[in-house]
Each structure stands twice: as structure tokens, then as C-alpha cells.
Design a protein around this ligand. Structure first.
Ligand SMILES: NC(=O)c1ccc[n+]([C@@H]2O[C@H](COP(=O)([O-])OP(=O)(O)OC[C@H]3O[C@@H](n4cnc5c(N)ncnc54)[C@H](O)[C@@H]3O)[C@@H](O)[C@H]2O)c1
Length: 460
């Protein structure tokens, strides 16, 4: 019988990927592309039947790739976990959301582990890819799997390797994004490294699964904190009457020691708004308060309200109130050119405006329907006629499909939260831009510091 090492070298090992979403499906396709046979397991029957018909529901995964992999039997989508008995490697790519009380919800990892345990056998490699708090692999999964009587590093291999995929990124994908790998033991790490080296261009080993878990949380906390800082800077620039984007772009000319981050209507997606809370939660149990994480979450979480205030101020200029005004949202996905609306700040902005009585509609070329506030909304064409009928247009997601000059020309008022109007030469007076100092009514009055009250007559 061949060892796992030999099977990986010969590429005749069978792989399984549990969870076929934004992370799992591209991963499964890369493994299949490298010549391995892949079982793709998901509980969502709709996804499995789409995949069986060779259909892709992830925009970064072209339909042809799925179709070819399925028809060549390199990829076998299923909801039946018993295929794990034939799998040499198992990659766990299930969701790791927050609970209602904003604590880690690791129930999906636990459910997947429970299934793996039933079919765990000698020589099998298990890798957790879902983002989670440091210690999950060795404190939670290891004891569960070892309860089978098999030992990690001896009978089976266990590692953590964070997924770093950036949906919609045209330059970096699963294959050319370097992969961090940390094993429960040295041998676990080496086997996992060998597995990934077969379909990822560069694999970077670290000393433990806990270190690998922490690497991912550093990356996402780094983004959250820096975005929080520029979101605060945008508010400062508004008060100072300086364009925050001009400031950032000028600072970014420094060839060392500065990385540009840009403000926006708030954080979105399944990573940046959530992952740092996993780290903060873990540290809380150790009686340590992660202050940067808390502060960044607070500032980033305020941004939808900042945008709502801009809308109120813009309408106020035309002697209108939010209540009864027609407000058109451009872009509801959490970032450009994707359809993912998870944690999207657009949803918060829309809820706030609905609560205040705005007559809302939206356009998103990637999101045809949206369930919000208990009702279903449908994307409306962003035609000049539709735009001209609105009291206010809010640019929330800078999808490439938007013709900004045409939108601004047709609109009465545009709230730009993404610097989309930076190249505009005309109609600038219709635009209020986040962080550009043109949306704080009378900000200059705050500056002179001469406001005062007196019980005596004033000289002038
Ligand atoms: N989306 C990203 O950009 C991104 C990037 C890096 C890391 N991550 C991390 O990767 C993980 C997965 O994220 P995602 O965006 O792919 O999530 P997703 O929701 O798109 O996909 C997860 C899939 O897992 C399936 N699933 C849930 N429980 C299951 C179970 N017990 N057995 C089998 N299938 C199950 C769901 O049906 C779903 O299809 C998360 O931990 C996330 O933080 C996501």
C-alpha cells in the first residue's frame, strides 16, 4: 500500500473539500486541475445539483472549469459524507460567522469534524481552512479526532492553512496567492506542505497550526484597523475642508513606510468585519482586551450613519427631508464587481434610510434581488431617466459597470462614498464626497471659535 506521501507525489491521492462556497469551490477546482480526483461535499442541495450540471455560482470560477472537471470525473459533487472513507485529504472550508451576541459561531466546524471523525482512517490528512481563533485546530479538532483512537502525526495528519482568497481580484487567485501552512506536529506540517505544493505556486510553512491561525487574524485585523483609521481620517478631513483622497494619494508617493488604505461606507464581506472578533473573543477569555480591534470596529461600524447624515445634509440643501425623498442606491454588494452582500454596509445604509421614511430603490448589476426589511427588492436600471427621477443617488459600491459621468449628469444630488467622481470635470456642485470637506454644513463656522453668549449687550 502506498503512503500518503507517495500518493501525493504521484498525484493519485483522492481529495475531499467540505464546504463549496467562495473558498471551497475555487480550492476544489485547483486541486482537480492539478490532476487529483476531488470529492466536493456541501449540505446545500441546490449547490450540489448546480455543480453536477456543470454550473458555477461563484463568479471567480468559470463555468467551463466546473463542466470539464465534472465530465472528466475529476470533481464529484455530493452531500454524502461517506465518500470521506475513500479520501486521502480533507479540506474544511465551512463558514465561521458570528453569533447574534457577536461571539464566534464554530458550529459549522464542529459539524464537519463530527462527520470526518466517522470516516477518519490511517494516512489521512485533515486541513482546516476556515478562519478561526488561534487554538481551534489543536484545542477543538485534535481531541475530537483523536477520540477515534488514532494519533495525529502518527496515524493521521492535522494542519491549519488559512484561505486568503480575495473574490473579484483579477490578479490573485487560489493558485498564485502564497499559502501559509502550520501542522499539529512537524510531520503534519510537512505532509500538508507537500499537498499544497502540488497546486499552489508558493507554500510557506510556519511552526504550528496556532501560528497559522494567528497569521490570518493578523492580516484581517491589519486591514480592519487601517480602514478604521482612514475612516476616522475622512471625518477629520470633512471638518478641516481637505480632500482625504488627495491626502492619502500624496502620502502614498512615499516609497517606504506607508501603505494606502481608503475610506468607505463601512466594512463588508465574510472576513474583515468578522474575523478580528474571533481574536478579541479568544483574548477576552485570557483577560486581555484587544483595544485596536474594538476601536476599529466602532469607527467602521459608524460609517453607515455617517453616510446617512450626508444624505440628510445633501437633501437639506434643497430644502428636502429624508422622509418622502426618492433615494437611489448604486451598488449593494460589499465591494466592487462581486455579488456578495454578506455584512454589506449598503444594507445598513438602506435600513437607516428606510427607517427615516426614504422612498428607496437600488441598482446593482451583480445583485438582481435583495431581501431587506422583510421585503424583496429588485435591481432597477441605472438609466439617466431613472436617475433623474431621484432626489438623491448614493454611490455605495464602485462597480466598473457604472458610467459615473452619465450618472452625475442625470442626477440632482450624488453622495459619493468611494471617490468614484474623482475624474469628474463638470457638475461637481451636485456631488458630496465622503472625506472631501464639502458635506459638513458650515464647518468653517466651527473654526473661528468666536461663538459666545453674554447677558450683557455685545459690542458687535
Ligand atoms: N469569502 C472570502 O472572501 C473568504 C476569504 C478567506 C477566508 N474565508 C473563510 O473561509 C471560510 C468559508 O467562507 P466562504 O466565504 O467560502 O463561505 P460560504 O458561505 O461561501 O461557503 C461555505 C459553504 O459551506 C457549506 N456548509 C456549511 N456547513 C457545512 C457542513 N457542515 N458540511 C458541508 N458543507 C457545509 C455551505 O452550504 C456553503 O456552501 C470562512 O471561515 C471564511 O471566513 C473566506
Amino acid at each position: 500500500m502506498h503512503t500518503l506521501k507517495e500518493k501525493l507525489e504521484r498525484r493519485n491521492a483522492k481529495a475531499a473539500v467540505i464546504g463549496l462556497g467562495y473558498v471551497g469551490l475555487p480550492l476544489a477546482m485547483e486541486i482537480a486541475h492539478a490532476g487529483f480526483e476531488v470529492f466536493g461535499i456541501d449540505l446545500d442541495g441546490n449547490k450540489i445539483s448546480a455543480l453536477k450540471q456543470g454550473k458555477s455560482y461563484i463568479s471567480d470560477v468559470p463555468e467551463k472549469i466546473v463542466k470539464d472537471a465534472v465530465s472528466a470525473a475529476h470533481f464529484r459533487p455530493t452531500s454524502d459524507f461517506s465518500v470521506l472513507k475513500d479520501a486521502d485529504t480533507v479540506s474544511i472550508c465551512v463558514p465561521t460567522p458570528l453569533s447574534k451576541s457577536r461571539d464566534p459561531d464554530i458550529s459549522f466546524i464542529l459539524a464537519a469534524t463530527e462527520e470526518i471523525k466517522k470516516y477518519l482512517h490511517e494516512g489521512q490528512l485533515i486541513v482546516l481552512e476556515s478562519t478561526t481563533y488561534p487554538g481551534t485546530t489543536n484545542e477543538l479538532i485534535l481531541p475530537e479526532l483523536e477520540a477515534s483512537g488514532l494519533r495525529a502525526g502518527k496515524d493521521f495528519y492535522l494542519a491549519f492553512s488559512p484561505e486568503r482568497i480575495d473574490p473579484g481580484n483579477p490578479s490573485f487567485n487560489t493558485r498564485n496567492t502564497p499559502k501559509i501552512v502550520g501542522g499539529i506536529t512537524e510531520e503534519c506540517g510537512e505532509i500538508a506542505q507537500l499537498f499544497y505544493s502540488k497546486f499552489i505556486d508558493r507554500v510557506i510553512p510556519v511552526s504550528s497550526s496556532k501560528c497559522a491561525e494567528m497569521v490570518k487574524l493578523l492580516e484581517n485585523t491589519f486591514r480592519s484597523v487601517n480602514i478604521g483609521m482612514v475612516n476616522e481620517l475622512a471625518q477629520m478631513c470633512d471638518l478641516l475642508g481637505v480632500d482625504v483622497y488627495e491626502v492619502i494619494d500624496a502620502a502614498a508617493t512615499k516609497p517606504f513606510g506607508f501603505i494606502p488604505f481608503y475610506p468607505g461606507p463601512g466594512l463588508g464581506g465574510h472576513c474583515i468585519p468578522i474575523d478580528p472578533h474571533y481574536l478579541a473573543w479568544k483574548l477576552k477569555a485570557l483577560n486581555f482586551q484587544a483595544r485596536f480591534i474594538g476601536l476599529a470596529a466602532e469607527i467602521n461600524g459608524m460609517m453607515p450613519a455617517v453616510v446617512t447624515t450626508m444624505v440628510a445634509d445633501g437633501l437639506n440643501r434643497a430644502a428636502k427631508a429624508i422622509r418622502g425623498s426618492r433615494v437611489f442606491i448604486l451598488g449593494v454588494a460589499y465591494k466592487k464587481n462581486v455579488s456578495d452582500c454578506r455584512e454589506s454596509p449598503a444594507l445598513d445604509v438602506m435600513r437607516m434610510l428606510m427607517d427615516k421614511g426614504a422612498v428607496l430603490s437600488y441598482n446593482d448589476p451583480h445583485v438582481p434581488n435583495l431581501k431587506i426589511g422583510g421585503s424583496v427588492m429588485h435591481s432597477v436600471e441605472a438609466s439617466p431617466a431613472n436617475i433623474a427621477a431621484q432626489d438623491c443617488v448614493i454611490l455605495l459600491t464602485d462597480h466598473s459597470a457604472y458610467d459615473i459621468a452619465q450618472i452625475v449628469a442625470a442626477a440632482k444630488l450624488v453622495i459619493d462614498t468611494r471617490n468614484s467622481t474623482k475624474d469628474l470635470k463638470v457638475f461637481k456642485d451636485k456631488v458630496m464626497k465622503l472625506g472631501a470637506g464639502n458635506n459638513v454644513p458650515g464647518a468653517a463656522h466651527y473654526e473661528d471659535g468666536h461663538d459666545e453668549a453674554s447677558v450683557l449687550p455685545m459690542t458687535h
